[in-house]
Design a protein around this ligand. Structure first.
Ligand code: IPE
Ligand code: IPE
Ligand code: MG
Length: 234
């Protein structure tokens, strides 16, 4: 199973406590830890977390740099836990646009956990679903231009394989916290048939219990993929 999460509401949670937004981001890290641990325990094979969008670069400079520092510290601080729990780290997005120190730390952690098998933890960083599709289209256009492939070879699979998420199955479940009901440029292609689960809880309040609730809700859905209920039942 693949679960994708839009971790939202850190700023509003902090505001509620009378604290600044960065306080919220810091507390969000424990929810990441909790969620990753719960997923690994449940046998979830892929967990993709939307941690920073390309649009988030336009936040106040101080918040952006605090987020980058937090990211660096978290990757560094969690590496041993990832290894101990046999969790492979991966990243999707424009990694080259991250500060050099962050990109380096990230690449090293990805390399060091490459052999891990229990679960893959995918961080969406400087990620934009539309940019991902544009990038894929360019790759495909180049292959056509160089006659490496012909027009009729363009299909769903080729497009999937040209995205950052090549080789990763589409998420079955998308969770968004904080009560917002939108996908904010996340996994536009990959979420084609995902079940959506929205909770009012802010991300720093999200924990194992909340994850179980989302999964239970998902298990009670009838995924019809365009067919009728009767067809699904038989
Ligand atoms: C999610 O929380 C974290 C990031 C987008 C980096 P927000 O920072 O968006 O918190 P709200 O939505 O403003 O409360
Ligand atoms: C989406 O949250 C991006 C991440 C969770 C990293 P935002 O808070 O940036 O999204 P909008 O602006 O509310 O759509
Ligand atoms: Mg938000």
């Amino acid at each position: 199973m693949h679960i994708a999460v839009i971790m939202d509401g850190n700023g509003r949670w902090a505001k509620q406590q009378g604290k600044n937004r960065v306080f919220g981001h810091r507390h969000g890290v424990s929810s990441v830890r909790d969620t990753a641990e719960a997923c690994a325990e449940l046998g979830v094979k892929y967990l993709t977390l939307y941690a920073f969008s390309t649009e988030n670069w336009f936040r106040p400079q101080l918040e952006v740099s605090a987020l980058m520092t937090l990211l660096l510290k978290t990757i560094n601080g969690e590496l041993n836990t990832l290894l101990k729990n046999d969790i492979r780290l991966n990243a999707i997005g424009d990694i080259d646009s991250l500060p050099k120190s962050v990109a380096k730390e990230l690449r090293e952690a990805i390399e060091k956990t490459a052999h891990c098998k229990r679960m893959e933890l995918v961080l969406a960083l400087s990620y934009s679903g539309r940019s991902e599709i544009v990038r894929a289209m360019k790759q495909i256009a180049l292959k056509i231009q160089s006659k490496e492939i012909s027009l009729h070879e363009i299909d769903d699979n080729l497009i999937s394989d040209s995205l950052y998420t090549a080789g990763i199955p589409d998420p079955e479940l998308l969770i968004r916290t904080s009560g917002e009901k939108r996908i904010s440029n996340f996994l536009l292609w990959q979420l084609a048939y995902a079940e959506f689960y929205f909770t009012e809880k802010f991300w720093p309040e999200f924990n194992k219990e909340e994850l179980y609730k989302a999964i239970l809700d998902f298990q009670n859905r009838e995924r019809r993929f365009g067919k009728t209920s009767e067809q699904i039942a038989s």
